[in-house]
Design a binder for this molecule. Structure first.
Ligand SMILES: *[C@@H]1O[C@H](CO)[C@@H](O)[C@H](O)[C@H]1NC(C)=O
Ligand SMILES: *[C@@H]1O[C@H](CO)[C@@H](O)[C@H](O)[C@H]1NC(C)=O
Length: 538
């Protein structure tokens, strides 16, 4: 029967932002150690014990790194005679209860790993048990073994022989284990690991887990870090107490990133409110990498009680990125990082985060500006980072734009560029690039012309699990009045072709006074995003 109340409930479900999983856990992102980036699926019990001990000996536990988490490889291949979960005695000779006791005895929390499919990741068919159709009894076993955390992967989700399926019933699988854990009565933080294949940040209610992996695995190079950073752009608003975007385990301390890149990776993960899991062999970590992980001020960004992520503010293509977000004390954190692999000077203007001036302190170097400033000069190493805590900020008045819709008949579409209607509400122009061009005609340059802030509303659903020239981004080349084209790199706006990014800002020169200006968008060798409208500052 039609019910207004149902309609209302539906509206609330659709329009309520992130709530997270309401199990009382994960109000701030989880922190700890996980074996995978150090030892893959071959971690031995001795290595787990040594790294648990190191968390304590290095004082990392007191900084918040509380969980010692197992990853793939601890599980047996077959269930026992009564269908129970078993342990791989070659890797964990003392068994899970003994290892769990050891970890708890150090004052740490203990995390287990399983999989929502027939078998787990990291092995062949039949190698490592999964929990599909055994969720209830496995949750009881994990609880009995003292698990405080469960990372739940998704290999072999639809078939015992197919490792990765891109459209499995992930939500059902995740909900089954979530509910089974809740039924045990033991508080167990639930970490959903479906690699972002079905955009879990947008699952209704976002209450499937205390965190959800939003991308394919990280690996130990900057390309991986940048791929994941681009992929989180459209979902930062879904992070909140009880449910966070998980950008994957840390690579700090491993060999593939420079120290500057490790610093950027750590600071970004912290400020975006990702869980922070050290994943290097702590018995061999260098003092420099250790000090990155020990920075209390960076950790404080991650553990801030407001639980809000930084969001993408501005990309100066091939130069630097600007991200910022609110903190519980009313201050703003800004994260600015060098997109080039060589050292450069940057001047970060506070207007890029909506402030005319503020009192700032440098979170990495622990230095303060003293008085009120309007910009900050920094020399950043290749892919290096500037992190500022900005207090007492004066908001700037937002710029005003005149908007030109891409599909307006006054514009010129050439070489295959064509219009597309989205949700029967918005018309965009797609197939720009590879010969297709969009020229916006009749743009008002005001009485002065010159350099103007230009705002783009676009759709880019070209997301990827792999590293490409522009992973999770597309390039547009924008030319004013036929002048030289400026490269503008635009991250994805979502994982489907119907989600807009509004207000991507670029400063462009070459405007003339009056209303006869043109803005031409192209890309000689790839496709650009689809454009909805372009705003030119009045
Ligand atoms: C099978 O495994 C379960 C879970 O670990 C355990 O409770 C049960 O006692 C085991 N059964 C046998 C026969 O070993
Ligand atoms: C189209 O609908 C989808 C699904 O409701 C929504 O996420 C998206 O924001 C909509 N896009 C536009 C441009 O309105």
């Amino acid at each position: 029967m039609f019910s207004l109340r149902k309609l209302f409930t539906l509206a609330v479900v659709l329009y309520t932002p992130a709530l997270g999983l309401n199990n009382g856990l994960g109000k701030t992102p989880a922190m700890g150690w996980n074996s995978y980036n150090a030892f893959s699926c071959g971690t031995t019990e001795a290595q787990y014990r040594a790294n648990a001990q190191a968390l304590v000996d290095l004082g990392l536990d007191e900084l918040g790194y509380q969980y010692l988490n197992l990853d793939c490889g601890w599980q047996g291949s077959n269930r026992n005679s009564t269908g129970g979960f078993t342990t791989n005695s070659a890797t964990i000779p003392s068994g899970i209860p003994a290892l769990s006791d050891f970890v708890h005895g150090l004052g740490l929390k203990f995390g287990l790993y399983s999989d929502g499919g027939y078998f787990a990741c990291g092995g062949n068919t039949g190698q490592f048990l999964g929990s599909l159709e055994h969720e209830t009894e496995d949750a009881v076993s994990f609880a009995n073994w003292g698990a405080d955390y469960l990372k739940y992967d998704n290999c072999f989700a639809v078939s015992p022989t197919d490792t990765v399926d891109y459209n499995p019933p992930f939500d059902d699988h995740m909900a089954a284990m979530r509910d089974a854990l809740a039924a045990t009565g033991k508080p167990i933080l639930f970490s959903v690991c479906e690699w972002g294949v079905q955009d879990p940040a947008r699952w209704p209610g976002t209450n499937f887990g205390n965190s959800w992996r939003m991308s394919n695995d990280i690996a130990d190079s900057w390309d991986h870090v940048f791929r994941i950073i681009n992929q989180v752009v459209p979902i930062t608003q879904f992070a909140g107490p009880g449910g966070f975007n998980d950008l994957d385990l840390l690579e700090v301390g491993n060999n593939g990133l420079t120290l500057a890149e490790q610093q950027t990776h750590f600071a970004f993960w912290a400020a975006v409110k990702s869980p922070l899991f050290i994943s290097t062999d702590l018995t061999k970590i260098s003092p420099e990498a250790l000090s990155i992980l020990q920075n209390r001020d960076v950790i404080a960004l991650n553990q801030d009680g407001l639980g809000q992520s930084i969001r993408f503010r501005r990309r100066y293509t091939n130069a630097y990125d600007v991200w910022s977000g609110p903190l519980s004390d009313g201050s703003t954190v800004a994260v600015v990082f060098n997109l080039q692999d060589t050292t450069r000077d940057i001047t970060f203007s506070y207007s890029d985060v909506g402030l005319t001036s503020a009192v700032v302190s440098n979170v990495i170097t622990h230095s303060s500006s003293g008085g009120r400033t309007t910009s900050y000069q920094a020399t950043l190493e290749g892919h290096g980072v500037l992190v500022l805590r900005m207090s007492d900020g004066t908001p700037s008045s937002p710029p005003e734009f005149t908007f030109y819709e891409a599909a307006d008949p006054a514009n010129t579409l050439n070489g295959g560029a064509s219009t597309r209607v989205v949700n029967s509400t918005v018309t965009v122009v797609g197939f720009i690039g590879n010969g297709g061009t969009l020229t916006i005609n009749g743009v008002d340059g005001g009485t002065e012309g010159g350099t103007k802030l230009v705002s783009f509303d676009y759709i880019n659903g070209d997301f990827t699990y792999f590293n490409t020239d522009c992973s999770n981004c597309r390039n547009a080349f924008v030319s004013v009045n036929g002048g030289s084209a400026v490269q503008v790199q635009m991250p994805i706006s979502g994982q489907s072709w119907d989600i807009l990014f509004s207000g991507y800002l670029v400063s462009l020169s070459g405007f003339k006074p009056g209303t006869s200006n043109t803005i031409r968008i192209s890309n000689p060798s790839a496709f650009a995003p689809d454009f909805f409208r372009v705003g030119v500052e009045n």
